[in-house]
Write a new protein. Structure first.
Length: 229
């Protein structure tokens, strides 16, 4: 969601989100029973955060607004050491860095020893490499943003606007930034992986589907990070 720099725009954006949460309160009340029922009926506990309309088989599919509303910037409503897999796709870039630290700490808490956390997100490394060091990729990465920005953009504008105005992004990560936060939370392994090396078969299949469904710009800017407890 595009936002401008005015105070009124920021206030409107936050009020709109708060209103949606209020209107969704009945689902939040029923959330505990839905989570309990999922645990009861699944041997492996797999969580899909911020999935929207995309539902993964055998996962508990959640979003900040939806049938099972979960705000990942706050304490997660799951018992400690009970989760096998956590997955999110283009979600963490919508968190401020402080909120991201909370999410990573909480995700580590709820994962079992050896559990995996797969994160797909726009990568600052991919953006800079494409915008400054590959002419063909630069054209693809710049294409399409004008409909949001309403002006012709250059690499510097894209890099500054993505975590500030365009699409509601708040912090764009790279491997080093994710590694630092994840290791401080207790994760033993943090690395960037191609889709073929994603350990969970359902997540791997979904990643390749998103690659085919997404436009070229989405593919160029996205990296996948594997965190192992």
């Amino acid at each position: 969601m595009k936002r401008d720099e005015s105070l009124s725009s920021q206030i409107f954006f936050n009020l709109k989100l708060d209103l949606k949460k209020i209107l969704n309160i009945h689902r939040r009340i029923r959330r505990k029973s839905k989570i309990k029922n999922y645990y009861k009926n699944h041997d492996q506990i797999k969580l899909h955060f911020g999935g929207g309309k995309d539902k993964l088989k055998d996962f508990l599919n959640t979003d900040v607004i939806g049938k099972i509303p979960i705000d990942i910037a706050k304490k997660l409503p799951f018992p400690t050491d009970t989760v096998d897999v956590i997955y999110s796709c283009h979600v963490i870039e919508h968190l401020y860095h402080k909120q991201f630290r909370i999410f990573i700490k909480e995700s580590h808490r709820i994962l079992k020893k050896g559990g995996i956390h797969v994160i797909m997100t726009p990568s600052l490394t991919r953006l800079i490499d494409g915008l400054y060091y590959n002419k063909e990729n630069k054209l693809e990465l710049l294409r399409g943003h004008e409909k949001f920005a309403k002006i012709k953009l250059d690499p510097a504008m894209i890099i500054n606007w993505m975590p500030h105005l365009l699409y509601g992004h708040r912090f764009i990560h790279d491997l080093e930034s994710i590694n630092r936060v994840a290791k401080s939370a207790g994760y033993s392994i943090v690395r960037c992986v191609p889709f073929k090396d994603i350990p969970d078969a359902i997540v791997k299949e979904y990643a390749f589907m998103r690659e085919k469904r997404g436009n070229r710009r989405w593919v160029l800017e996205t990296e996948t990070f594997l965190l192992i407890k």
